[in-house]
Write a protein that binds this ligand. Structure first.
Ligand code: HEC
Length: 715
């Protein structure tokens, strides 16, 4: 038996490697070549229920699995079939792809792995070797949301802006193209999609000052086929297309000097029937509309869904969710194409629940607004006028006009961000993970763009100076942080059921023909709920927080549910991982795969280390500490936690750092880049020796304050 498998393995990969590994399921005598995904197969994905060949399973990205072996009756028997430890402790956001019995998944730092989908046997692993210091460009961690497969190749966008093609059989690199201007803080975290032989990839960076675009590369050669810019550049340089000339009439001032934003960092969907590609466009750069465009104009195509011709990237239509956006209202959230049954008949629509809290249903062919309703509490607008398609904003929402802080019921993670939703054609419902968290937007009069940090035009903190008052304000904000999973009827635009979640950072969603909805939670569980009622039917402990979405596939008649676990990403980076329970869990990156009667078991989780603050004596006068605090806010807090004292994140809480012990040890890391390979860049470009030392003084002061009033921290 072993020999046969060996010979078989050889045949399969004969031209690629010598030796008889990796072998595949010996029963699969006529297994096809790896990742043999074609236009025909992808367009007819419905006819192959056991595969998950693209990011959202089908081109319409419904994230609905037609498999039904696991259903309400059998789900109680669901158990772990196999698991694989992944290789980092940063955020894990990917949805695996499964084609013909092989599972492909990306992990933090844009690494890629392939496994036998039935047994979990590792087949190959690939590391694009992203330079560690590129992590300083991460608004939201060094995550990666997935790979694409096509014609024997696996494609991944690397965090440092490259698009890479791998041989699906061996993981060998076939081509590697640079997709960005490397002098700018672009990053890639999104999954590529492949449409008509072209690999589509966007990028991120709008928090730092870049101009967004989507590129299409020939899947075979890596040649650039077309590029669609989402915001206009400097008119003096001429416009790339008539659409951008039109867009430029909605901008004012010299926006191009600040980038403009509009990055395409996550969502795309394709409709083979209409031959339209739908792209979700991000927030403005800087966020503040006044600083970006003199507070004038809609600023197309920010916060829009744009439909493009996939052959040449030319503009077809757009719908803008938040005109003149100024609250980090991206429309990069998951886009779903579906046929919905309205009273007047079936209509093909595009659906999105972007950060701004409204659920949009658009006509897929024309982009005309069908309906828009709030799917959660929001304070920036009361409603959307269905005639004009425009929101009715609340007085005070434009904080730069009033020069008064505006309390939004969404923090910059939005009412919903990248965590994918799911549409079940069986129930007609969309299952949507919702976040709640208050946030105060206040105009930054002193805005001055700087390298190595975010450039938002929003005050970094308007917390009171008095420590007790500040702690109280922090507690008040944290009390607003929460989440829910809702089932949304997109035809009637109303909630059908909801399950409250502890904390905001929970996983994406899968629905299945077995009448189930699967979701992981920030508090370390994966659950199966009844799709019609939300009733919990099954749950398993994951030992760690979950933010990624589950998916389902089958091999040899067995249905599996796979999910990547391990927390990180935007919530953790912005200092609100989940809640007390989520924060007390270790952060473990793993791929968990469940099946009926699965008998595998996870090893016991490592105990959380006992940690005690042992700061060196205070080193500086109050004025120096205050200066250090300002620089900490400017350059450190977005990764190491707000106020240097409340760290609910995934990166080191600096109050515990051994580097606090001496000026030299501190400077070696902060200015010398001693830990740059691990993601801690040198800040020598923006801080001099005195400023770095002032930050040390501030963190020491915070550690002493922490001795007085201990705050929980897991790192
Ligand atoms: C983009 C994210 C990011 C930013 C911004 C950032 N750091 Fe870091 N920092 C890291 C990472 C990642 C590590 C951990 C490296 C590791 O675990 O090996 C780290 C580690 C450190 C350490 C060592 C911690 C230890 O465990 O002893 C110090 C000191 C430090 N950072 C100081 C700073 C200071 C000061 C600033 C602001 C000037 C800053 N960092 C800004 C990501 C960041």
């Amino acid at each position: 038996m072993v020999e046969r498998a060996c010979v078989f393995g050889l045949l399969l990969i004969a031209s690629a490697v010598s030796g008889c590994t990796p072998s595949r399921d010996p029963a699969a005598e006529d297994a096809p070549a790896p990742a043999a995904v074609t236009a025909t197969r992808l367009a007819a994905a419905e006819t192959e229920p056991g595969q998950w060949m693209s990011h959202g399973r089908t081109y319409g990205e419904q994230r609905f699995s037609p498999l039904d072996r696991i259903d309400a009756q059998s789900v109680g028997r669901l158990g772990l079939a196999w698991y694989a430890d992944l290789d980092s402790r940063r955020g894990q956001e990917a949805t695996p792809i499964v084609v013909d019995g092989v599972l492909y998944v990306s992990t933090a730092w844009s690494r890629v792995k392939a496994y036998d989908a039935a047994t979990g046997k590792p087949l190959w692993a690939y590391d694009p070797e992203v330079p560690g210091e590129w992590a300083v460009n991460a608004c939201c961690d060094v995550v990666n949301r997935g790979v694409a497969v096509w014609n024997g190749k696996v494609f991944v966008g690397s965090f440092d802006g490259r698009l890479i093609a791998l041989d699906a059989a061996t993981g060998r690199e076939l081509w590697d193209v640079n997709t960005i201007d490397r002098s700018k803080p672009y990053t890639i975290t999104g999954a590529p999609r492949v449409v008509k032989g072209k690999v589509l990839i966007g990028n991120g960076g709008a928090e730092f000052g870049v101009r967004g675009y989507l590129s299409a590369y020939d899947a075979e050669t890596g040649q650039l086929a077309w590029r669609f810019y989402t915001v206009p550049g400097n008119p003096a340089d001429g416009f790339e297309s008539p659409a951008l000339k039109m867009a430029a009439s909605t901008w004012s001032g010299e926006w191009w000097k600040l980038g403009g934003g509009g990055t395409v960092w996550d969502s795309m969907a394709y409709d083979p029937e209409l031959d339209l590609l739908y792209v979700g466009v991000g927030n403005g750069s800087p966020w503040n509309h006044f600083l970006r465009s003199q507070g004038k104009g809609d600023n197309l195509f920010l916060a829009s869904i744009v439909a493009l011709d996939p052959d040449d990237g030319s503009y077809v239509w757009h719908y803008q969710t938040s005109p003149g956006e100024t609250w980090d209202h991206t429309a990069t959230q998951h886009i779903i194409v579906a046929d919905l049954d309205f009273e007047g008949g079936t209509r093909r629509v595009v659906m999105q629940a972007p950060k701004n809290g409204f659920f949009y249903v658009l006509d897929a062919k024309t982009g005309q607004l069908v309906s828009a309703e709030k799917f959660t509490e929001t304070s920036w607008a009361t409603h959307v006028d269905t005639k004009t398609g425009r929101p009715a904003e609340t007085p005070g929402a434009r904080f730069y006009s009033t020069r008064r802080p505006f309390v939004s019921l969404q923090n910059p993670n939005g009412a919903h961000t990248w965590h994918p939703m799911s549409f079940s054609p069986r129930t007609g419902l969309v299952y949507l993970p919702v976040h709640m968290a208050n946030y105060t937007f206040a105009h930054d009069d002193a805005f001055r763009p700087s390298p190595l940090t975010t450039n938002l035009g929003i005050q970094r903190s308007n917390a009171p100076a008095d420590p007790a008052a500040r702690a109280a304000a922090m507690q008040k904000t944290l009390a607003t942080v929460g989440g829910r999973l809702i089932a949304w009827d997109p035809v009637r635009q109303r909630e059908v059921w909801r399950v409250p979640r502890e904390g905001a950072a929970n996983g994406g969603v899968l629905s299945t023909a077995g009448g189930l909805v699967f979701q992981g939670t920030g508090t370390g569980r994966v659950e199966a709920l009844e799709a019609t009622t939300g009733k919990e039917l099954w749950a398993a402990e994951t030992q760690t927080g979950v933010i990624a979405a589950p998916m389902s596939y089958s091999v040899g008649g067995t249905q599996y549910v796979a999910i990547v676990v391990g927390t990180g990403g935007s919530w953790a980076m912005s200092g609100a991982r989940a809640n007390a329970k989520g924060n007390s869990l270790p952060n473990i990156s793993r791929l968990l795969v469940y099946a009926l009667d699965g008998k595998a078991a996870l090893p016991p989780p490592p105990p959380l280390p006992e940690r005690r603050l042992t700061p060196p004596p205070a080193v500086a006068a109050a004025a120096v500490v205050a200066r250090g605090e300002a620089e900490y806010r400017n350059y450190c807090g977005r990764c190491h936690g707000p106020d240097g004292a409340v760290n609910f994140g995934i990166l080191p809480d600096l109050r515990y750092s051994a580097a606090l012990a001496s000026k030299e040890a501190w400077a070696a890391v902060v200015l010398g880049g001693a830990m740059k390979a691990n993601g801690m860049a040198s800040f020598a470009e923006v801080l001099d020796a005195d400023e770095a030392e002032a930050v040390r003084a501030y963190v020491i002061a915070q550690a002493h304050a922490g001795l007085q009033a201990p705050v929980s921290s897991s790192r």
